[in-house]
Design a protein around this ligand. Structure first.
Ligand code: BGC
Length: 816
């Protein structure tokens, strides 16, 4: 911190104390509870504006859950981590700060730094890596970037929220060493390296205590031991105990207006159950956050003026290519773009791209460049054909492509109160975010209505998601009315993540518009803690015969020089709110790849999934490119990479198993409420190595378009110096990975682990030297008895590697 920064911090702290001194108990406790879904109350008497928060992590959705308020959508966090470049993550963060400022958001609910413990984890796509060091490095870059722009972050979900099943109640049972060495490690690194202004405590319990009430992990570890001085915000609806939460160091209960804080907390103080000093401490943390982001009058903001503008579209495109991981290339890529060469593109996701994962990470980009769009723009006329080949979405999804919809809100007499635009069939109005003229008190029904122009002739299915009474009509004909009751799951987000329900099928003709209408009866919401309207009109186009679709794609592939097949997961597989059950690609996509590869030796498979899937045909195709959820510019970046305008820059941030059963952790369903992390320290590559299992593609793996020769390595206990040469024909970037392997282990550690990494760039023929600091922590283990870190001396092999499975140079180190 510079002297000037110190002066500003002092002045900020003085302003915080002065403001705190002016507040009475009721105002203080009110300030610790959400005013609504996304903000805290303003307190004009002390010059405090309302503090506004928003998800995160690939964009900034803003306070409205709708596409009329679009956001730049960057690639999924797995993709960002795949770039192995904290500086790039920082640039992503800066763009997000710019987006936040544009939308009046002060705190971004991100990054998600839980670990890839099991590939089944529903939010795997939203987390960075199976490795705590890589996660901490990318997370630090991201937080630094967002905060460079004067916007706060809440690093989440602290801690042990590595899967989704029963996430509100599950007890993650984690022994001290894995808790410290794996799951807490990224949070600790980010606190040390990026000084985050906020943290979000998770829904789950850790070792028997709910995280929002975890005195040990919050007050003792996070605050006292690590020196975190930010604000602790509960995950949405995670706060469940007034006294437990305030004692557990939870500052803010979100969302509001009805929470365990506010009047209930004031009451607890008056009853002598909670000391007022605990409330003051929490308010101080909120005011400090407000001061940092510039909404507390008289306190200098951490960043006074907005940094230089960033081109979001260009960055989204660059980031996507930097995260693409080329895991196999038998000379097929980059494509030979000589005139007259042809490409046969196949796969439903090539046209309807999956650019982001589901749940709270959803944002609504202004545009989406699909692989079909990207390749159409990049290839000469006539060079590209497209066929669906296989369509994995056999479930209804919110009415989107071909629909023009709006919402009509009526009162009990049927009179129209107001109307609102709808980007899709998904209605998501939270808190006061209602169309003009409409209130919860007056609104009795909402009709989603408009037209649909089918892209294909045939039987179209229509359906609903959400709880309550509905009536559906298509083409003026009433097709279904009924009530959807709450299932057994009792997840408050059921209306959001719940299963789709098909209600009717109608025969429609391509290009002929038809009227559609879904009416929802608004239930009485007076007793609910959070008022929100969530339901969807769903649609699914005609299902064509699967064999016929494959045959079409095969016929096109046979005629083309190159076949590009895009395979994908669906929204019902990868999302917040639930876990996956296996890693197979849905539908007939594996059959499609095999059939195309059988007729075209230049078959390139593009895998559009946020997390690992099985690729049983991977040895039978010419190239496999993982594009994750590539964000809004994904298709443009895909064209850049396929045609060689950019190299695929990514390295795997997580091991890809050959088959699901090889994954180290295959169970994410708690038993009697407990999810025991029995594997201890052995997740990811640490486990594959221990069990002698060869993955499909190892951690750190990824091919660029050039070759690297590693020439020399010098290692000391503090630093590794590596010299390497770009011996290929193109410029490129190499990620130099440093692993440590103890010669003899007395500490029951993994056989090897990532200690450090650095990216280097070089032109063809150019040699570069990089000096990579070795963090002291790389030699340490957590000693629970001593309650501290213990350095383990002895001989280590230092491995300088292209991936965990491809070591290029080694040296021996003797550590005292
Ligand atoms: C998620 C958080 C998110 C919050 C607000 C929760 O369900 O777990 O990650 O920030 O909702 O959308």
């Amino acid at each position: 911190m510079t002297d000037a920064d110190q002066v500003r911090e002092q002045s900020r702290n003085d302003a915080v104390e002065a403001a705190l001194g002016k507040l009475d108990l009721d105002t203080k406790t009110r300030l610790l509870a959400g005013r609504d879904m996304w903000s805290l109350p303003a307190v004009p008497a002390i010059g405090l504006e309302s503090l506004v928060m928003s998800d995160g992590p690939i964009g900034v959705r803003g306070v409205r859950w709708t596409a009329d308020d679009p956001s730049i959508a960057l690639p999924s966090p797995t993709a960002l981590a795949a770039a192995w470049d904290p500086e790039l993550a920082r640039r992503a963060g800066r763009l997000l700060a710019q987006e936040a400022r544009r939308k009046g958001v002060h705190v971004l609910l991100a990054p998600t730094v839980n670990l890839h413990r099991s590939p089944l984890g529903g939010r795997h796509f939203e987390c960075y890596s199976e490795d705590p060091y890589l996660t901490g490095a990318i997370g630090s870059g991201y937080v630094n970037g967002v905060q460079d722009g004067g916007v706060g972050t809440t690093v989440k979900h602290y801690v042990g929220n590595d899967a989704e099943t029963d996430r509100f109640t599950v007890d993650s049972v984690i022994a001290p060493r894995p808790l410290r060495e794996l799951y807490l490690a990224p949070f600790e690194a980010i606190v040390a390296n990026a000084h985050p202004w906020g943290i979000m405590t998770a829904y789950n319990q850790v070792n028997g205590t709910t995280m929002t009430e975890h005195q040990y992990l919050v007050n003792e570890v996070l605050r006292a031991e690590w020196g975190f001085d930010g604000c602790n915000v509960s995950d949405w609806m995670a706060a469940r105990s007034t006294t437990g939460d305030i004692r557990g160091g939870m500052d803010v209960a979100m969302p509001g207006p009805t929470t365990v804080y506010g009047p209930a907390l004031a009451e607890a103080v008056r009853a002598g159950e909670v000391p007022e000093s605990a409330v003051d401490e929490a308010v101080r943390n909120v005011l400090r956050l407000a001061a940092r982001v510039g909404v507390l009058e008289g306190a200098p903001a951490a960043v006074e003026s907005a940094p230089a503008p960033i081109d979001g579209q260009a960055l989204a495109r660059e980031l996507a290519a930097r995260g693409f991981v080329l895991v196999r290339n038998e000379g097929a890529l980059p494509l030979d773009a000589t005139a007259g060469r042809t490409v046969a593109l196949a796969g439903a996701a090539a046209r309807d791209a999956r650019v982001l994962g589901g749940g709270s990470a959803t944002v609504f980009p202004e545009r989406i460049v699909s692989p079909l769009d990207g390749l159409t723009a990049a290839l000469p006329d006539g060079a590209l054909t497209f066929s669906v080949g296989a369509d994995p979405s056999d479930e209804l999804t919110p009415a989107g492509q071909g629909f023009e919809l709006h919402a009509v809100c009526r009162d009990a007499s049927g009179a129209v109160l107001g109307e609102g635009g709808l980007p899709s069939g998904q209605v998501q109005w939270i808190g006061d975010d209602l169309p003009a003229g409409v209130t919860y008190e007056t609104m009795a029904s909402i009709e989603v209505r408009g037209t649909f122009v089918p892209r294909e002739s045939g039987r179209h299915a229509f359906g609903t998601r959400g709880l309550g009474a509905f009536a559906l009509a298509v083409g003026g004909e009433s097709l279904w009315s009924g009530v959807q009751e709450m299932g057994n799951e009792a997840d408050p987000f059921e209306a959001f993540f719940g299963a789709p329900n098909e209600r009717a099928r109608v025969t429609l003709t391509e290009g002929e518009p038809v009227e559609v209408s879904l009416t929802f009866q608004v239930p009485d919401m007076t007793a609910l803690p959070l008022r929100a309207i969530m339901f969807s009109l769903l649609h699914l186009g005609p299902r064509r015969d699967a064999d016929e679709l494959i045959a079409e794609a095969v016929a096109a592939a046979r005629e083309a020089d190159t076949a590009v097949v895009v395979v994908a997961t669906t929204e019902r597989l990868e999302s917040e709110g639930f876990d996956r059950q296996n890693l197979t690609l849905p539908g007939r996509q594996d059959d499609l790849v095999r059939a195309v590869a059988a007729v075209n030796p230049n078959t390139v498979v593009v895998v559009n999934a946020g997390s690992p899937v099985e690729l049983p045909w991977r040895e039978d195709v010419a190239a496999v490119l993982l594009t994750w959820f590539p964000g809004q510019e994904g298709g443009a970046a895909l064209a850049d990479v396929l045609l060689g305008d950019a190299e695929p820059g990514g390295r795997l941030p997580t091991t890809w198993p050959a088959r699901f059963s090889d994954a180290p952790v295959t169970e994410v369903v708690p038993t009697d409420g407990r999810l025991e992390y029995r594997e201890g320290l052995f997740i990811g590559y640490r486990a594959y190595e221990k069990h002698g299992v060869t993955p499909a593609y190892p951690f750190g793996h990824g091919l660029g378009y050039t070759e690297w020769t590693y020439e020399s390595l010098e290692a000391t206990a503090d630093t590794v110096r590596v010299r390497l040469t770009n011996t290929g024909a193109r410029p490129g970037r190499e990620v130099v990975q440093v692993y440590l392997a103890p010669a003899q282990d007395t500490a029951e550690r993994p056989a090897s682990w990532l200690a450090a990494f650095a990216g280097v760039v070089a032109s063809p023929g150019e040699s570069v030297e990089t000096e990579i600091p070795l963090p002291a922590r790389a030699f340490e283990i957590w000693d629970e008895e001593a309650r501290g870190w213990r350095r383990i001396g002895g001989a280590y092999e230092v491995r300088v590697s292209h991936s965990h499975g491809d070591t290029r140079l080694t040296a021996t180190l003797d550590i005292a």
